[in-house]
Every structure is written in C-alpha cells, then in structure tokens.
Design a protein around this ligand. Structure first.
Ligand code: FAD
Length: 320
C-alpha cells in the first residue's frame, strides 16, 4: 500500500503544480498511514530529484531513459502502471495538466482504477474515499466517491499550498520495460507557444480584452507583464480578431488558468471568460465602466482608462 505521485517535468525541472501534487500525495499518505513515492520520467538532475523529497516524498523513482524526455501519454501510461504495480500503489496522484488528462484516463483504463479529475481538497476518508472536485469550468463542485481498489486523482493547481522542508528522499533508479508499441505516437518537435513564462503554469498573468482597441496597443500590457514577471493572456474576441495568438485566449473555450494574480485590463467579465480564470487567487480588474460585470468577481478594482492606469501601474511596480 502506498501513494505514487507522477511528477511532470518541464525542461528537466519538476513543474510547480507537480510539487503541489507531491505535497498533496504526502498528505494523503499521512491520512492513510502509508508512504509517498514520486515518479520522475526523463532526464533530470540530482537537485531536481531532491526537490521531491523537500515537498514530501520519502522515495523518488527515476526512469532517466531519454526516450521519456518528451511528454508521451502512451509510453508514460505503461511506465506509471508498472511503477504502480511494483509499489502496490493504491492511490496515484497527478497534477492536472493536458498531459495528465490524457495519461490519467489511459492509466485508469489499464489499471481498472477509479479516476477523479480536478480534485480541490484532501480526500474525506470518514466514509469510503470521497473527494471534492471542481466541475463545469469551476462553476460547481461535486463530491465523488471512488470505490475501486486503485484510485487516480488529478489535482487542480493552487489547491494546496505546499510546505518545503529540508527533508530528503531516497532516489532509486527505475528501469521500466519499454517496447516499440509504447512509442506508437512520437513527439517529433515541440515549439514554445509563448515567451519565457508559460501561461498555464504562470503565477501571475496580465490579460487584456477589446478595451485595448487594437494590437498596436499591447505594449502597455507587455510592459506591466514584464515588470511583474507575468505571462500575458487575452479574451476570446481579441484572439479571434488576430490581435493576439490563440494560445493566449483564456476562458471556457480557451485555456483555464489559476494563477496567484490575474490582472484583467479592458475585459468586460463575460461568464465565458470568467469560466477560465475565476479560480485565480487574487483578481484585479481595470475597466473604465464602473458597471462592468468583472468587478463583481474582483478582489481589487480600478475604475479607469487602461491607457492611463497601465503605464502608471507599471511605473509603480518598477519602483518597488
Ligand atoms: P468586450 O465585451 O467588448 O468588453 C470590453 C471591455 O473593455 C468593456 O467592459 C469596456 O468597458 C472596457 N473598456 C473599453 N475601453 C476601455 C478603456 N480605455 N479602459 C478600460 N476599460 C475599457 N470569451 C472569452 O474571453 N473567453 C472564452 O473562452 C469565451 N468563450 C465563449 C464561448 C461561447 C460559446 C460564447 C458564446 C462566447 C465566448 N466568449 C469567450 C465571449 C464572451 O461572451 C465575451 O464576448 C468576451 O469575453 C468579451 O471580450 P472582451 O471583454 O474583451 O470585450
């Protein structure tokens, strides 16, 4: 009996959301009186593997085969299933991501395990194994009971605030039995869709809508994003108009994000937009219309013209 956590890498580093998942898994292990083991697939250096220990794993299994460097759900499903069987893992934890969505579903099929996606709290073990999940793009919650022997949970980003300690984990090499059929689908090339800070992983996001009037005005959005070390995002009409690339579009039909800080500039706050951003920890809204619906969801609101407010805000941040 144990908890196995799949730790996803991004350019050789464990993703922040996966460190949260490791911490979450260690808390489930505490609840169930077992241990938490992190599984890292692909090349990663010793410092990265040590991080898993500092966030709660007691052991780290590392399959360093370079074939596993690219996120490949087919191959990963075989490897995670093998590790789960070796570890007799009854709970498998993954951080929610597009790779994890595909991997978790394949894994559930392979292991005949119960799968709960988008989990937002530690399990309630008082009666069976129940988890609370965010559903309908954050508009509702569901409590789901998992009755299968093996349970797979994908954890929504920012569900839990992990504590980093100076604990260390035992690192063990894991040599999975890979075969050609595991690589029936191959990633042949990857290209970064945005700048240095990836939107789905970003802690801070500066987002803008039609209130910016045109693509030529995005400099003031990028300046604030740069000052805050934030990623940039946009509303759907903005990407439909080709003012910004589609991968920046957030909302019901775009990327769903939950950064610690979301600054919405000249965005009305339509329900379809909110569906992708309403689980951000702190929402700041800048809009010249005091009646803009977004203000109802804001932690902080600035009624003003973006062309006046944004440069002043950027200057203030730069001076901090
Ligand atoms: P607008 O609604 O035009 O709002 C512009 C805002 O800027 C206004 O509030 C205005 O007061 C303010 N403003 C104007 N000038 C200034 C200024 N100088 N300074 C400050 N404020 C200013 N939308 C999404 O974003 N994401 C989605 O995923 C999405 N999915 C959809 C799915 C469906 C099925 C449908 C029907 C719609 C979807 N939409 C989505 C569209 C959504 O309904 C809204 O139309 C859209 O979010 C509005 O974008 P906006 O706020 O940028 O533009």
């Amino acid at each position: 009996m144990s908890v196995l956590i799949f730790a996803e890498l991004e350019e050789g580093a464990i993703k922040k959301s996966s460190l949260e998942a490791i911490y979450y898994g260690s808390k489930v292990a505490e609840q169930t009186g077992t241990t938490a083991t992190a599984l890292v697939l692909g090349e990663a250096n010793a410092d990265e593997l040590a991080k898993a220990g500092r966030f709660g794993a007691t052991r780290v299994l590392h399959a360093s085969d370079a074939q596993l460097n690219e996120g490949n759900a087919l191959a990963y499903a075989s490897v995670v299933a093998e590790a789960a069987s070796q570890e007799k893992a009854d709970v498998i934890v993954l951080a929610k991501s597009s790779l994890a969505d595909s991997l978790a579903a394949r894994l559930a099929g392979k292991l005949k395990a119960g799968l709960a996606a988008n989990v937002i709290e530690l399990p309630d073990l008082s009666s069976g194994f129940r988890v609370k999940r965010s559903i309908f793009t954050g508009k509702a919650f569901a409590v789901t009971e998992l009755t299968a022997d093996q349970k797979i949970l994908t954890i929504k980003k920012n569900t839990i605030t992990p504590e980093e300690t100076d604990a260390s984990a035992t690192v063990e090499t894991f040599n999975p039995a890979l075969n050609a059929s595991d690589f029936a689908v191959k990633v042949t090339n990857t290209e970064k869709a945005s700048g240095d800070i990836l939107l789905p992983e970003a802690d801070r996001v500066v987002s803008a809508g039609r209130g910016l009037k045109g693509p030529e005005n995005w400099g003031i959005v990028e300046d604030l994003a740069k000052a805050l070390h934030a990623a940039t995002a946009c509303s759907k009409p903005v990407s439909d108009l080709d003012w910004r690339p589609h991968h920046e579009h957030v909302g019901q039909t775009g990327i769903k994000i939950s950064p610690n800080l979301y600054i919405a500039c000249g965005i009305s706050g339509a329900i379809q937009h909110l569906a992708g951003v309403n689980s951000s920890k702190v929402i700041v809204v800048i809009n010249k219309d005091p009646e803009a619906p977004f203000f109802k969801s804001a932690d902080y609101g600035i009624v003003g013209d973006v062309f006046d407010v944004l440069p002043r805000l950027t200057k203030a941040v730069q001076e901090l």
